[in-house]
Design a protein around this ligand. Structure first.
Ligand SMILES: Nc1nc2c(c(=O)[nH]1)N[C@H]1C(S)=C(S)[C@@H](COP(=O)(O)OP(=O)(O)OC[C@H]3O[C@@H](n4cnc5c(N)ncnc54)[C@H](O)[C@@H]3O)O[C@H]1N2
Ligand code: MOO
Length: 404
């Protein structure tokens, strides 16, 4: 029987997802968070007509001739507006960012004036309404500024602050718990040096991916290949209010691969179990109540690729982010490729310049899913569709860039 496609699995994992509850955070702490509601401007910017330059605020009708001579009756500076009104034949000194005095509509830059006591003479023409920023020209009070589902950038933080928001509503960070199964596993620096030991690597990549997508991560550590121990870890996640439990290892079909039986025993309904993906065929996804479980293969490259393809989009979807999927960019093949088999393939590849402003993607020569050195040396994942025909160098293709 044909295994489920990557697209179908992704739609089950990160398809229509009810976003987590909102919480309010100070704008200064909002980088990378996802807006839970549309953010409207609480005030107009600029709040009044303001000068864009240092010079003199005048009435345009008074400076049609050059030279024109006007009486200086006061000053308007940023934060210290001129209190009165400016009549015909009058002007005020004005500085950048100051409110235009009543009666004026144009600013003559000081370089185009001469000053003698309280008289100002224009020395070059200035078009009517020049050097003035109209009230609300950046944004008007009540106007939509940022949309729900948008991930806040540094620039958005500036906009939100300028729109006079001290705190903004964002989706709660998804809580992700990581568990790694395997009798062979030891933490870095904690092994005895025995050949049978393997040093844990998966949780480091998965935690970084999850945090970059906006999650709070807790590491439940290494669990032995023991049904009771794995079931206890699943219950710990359920009781601890975890949103996504991510396991790595024990996903295949060997006698010691206990993740599926443990999930079934804990009544986690498996919606995905084995898909047409390389690396990552043994992927599992299930739910029980509010808990979602992603069971990733233990092979390090498989766990990381599945983290990029499924975990990061799920974390983003739970925050209400729009278009929660992995993102591809166009490139061209750097070498001839044979036809693909029935598994969609995400190959570790290097990128180079194609000499025409584009990218050339060349798969690294060995693609075994255990090879961390190859994963670290790659620039991108080259996407090969299931059953893709043979393709020659230069053929357009898609790649996923590593984001770190
Ligand atoms: N008869 C079959 N055997 C296998 C199949 C299959 O279809 N039939 N699928 C293969 C594929 S594809 C994959 S991928 C692996 C996945 O196996 P598991 O998820 O059960 O992974 P483990 O056996 O637990 O570990 C595999 C490998 O990865 C190392 N590992 C595990 N966890 C970590 C970790 N946290 N950090 C670093 N390295 C880890 C582990 O020591 C093993 O070397 O199954 C194939 N077999
Ligand atoms: O799917 Mo496995 O991840 O090919 O090695």
């Amino acid at each position: 029987m044909a295994l489920m496609s990557v697209a179908e699995a992704l739609s089950l994992v990160a398809g229509p997802v009810e976003p987590l509850a909102e919480e309010w955070v100070p704008v200064a702490a909002a980088a990378g968070r996802v807006l839970a509601r549309d953010l409207l401007a609480n005030r107009s910017q600029p709040p009044a007509d303001m000068s864009a330059m240092d010079g003199y605020a005048v009435r345009a009708a008074d400076i049609v001739e050059t030279p024109s001579r006007l009486r200086v009756i006061g000053e308007s500076a940023a934060g210290r507006p001129f209190a009165g009104a400016v009549g015909p034949g009058e002007c005020t000194r004005i500085f950048t960012g100051a409110v235009l005095p009543e009666g004026t509509d144009t600013v003559v830059i000081q370089e185009n004036t001469a000053r003698d006591g309280d008289l100002m003479t224009t020395t070059a023409p200035t078009a009517a309404l020049r050097n003035v920023r109209k009230a609300g020209c950046d944004f008007a009070k009540g106007a939509p500024g940022l949309s729900a589902g948008h991930r806040i950038t540094a620039r958005d933080m500036m906009l939100a602050a300028a729109m006079d928001h001290a705190e903004i509503p964002v989706a709660r960070r998804p809580r992700v718990a990581l568990v790694q199964t395997g009798d062979e596993l030891v933490m870095p620096g904690r092994g005895t040096g025995a050949d049978s030991e393997i040093v844990v690597s998966n949780s480091f990549g998965l935690a970084a991916l999850a945090r970059a997508a906006g999650a709070e991560v807790m590491d439940l550590g290494v669990v032995r290949d023991d049904l009771a121990a794995i079931r206890a870890a699943i219950r710990q996640a359920m009781d601890g209010g975890v949103d996504i439990l991510v396991s790595s290892g024990g996903a295949s079909v060997g006698d010691h691969d206990l993740m599926a039986p443990a999930l079934k025993a804990e009544q986690v309904e498996l919606e995905v179990h084995k898909i047409a993906l390389r690396p990552g065929k043994p992927l599992m996804f299930g739910r029980r109540g509010a808990l979602r479980v992603l069971g990733l293969p233990g092979n390090p490259v498989s766990s990381h690729v599945c983290g990029m393809l499924f975990l990061a989009p799920l974390i983003r979807a739970l925050q209400g982010e729009t278009a929660p999927t992995y993102r591809t960019v166009p490139a061209r093949l750097g070498c001839d490729m044979p036809a693909n088999d029935w598994r969609m393939d995400f190959m570790r590849a290097t990128l180079s310049d194609d000499g025409a402003g584009g990218l050339l993607a060349t798969p690294l020569p060995v693609q075994d899913s255990s090879l961390l050195s190859v994963l670290a040396a790659a620039d991108a994942l080259l996407v090969r569709d299931a059953d893709a025909p043979a393709a020659s160098a230069g053929t357009p293709c898609q790649v996923i860039l590593f984001q770190d």
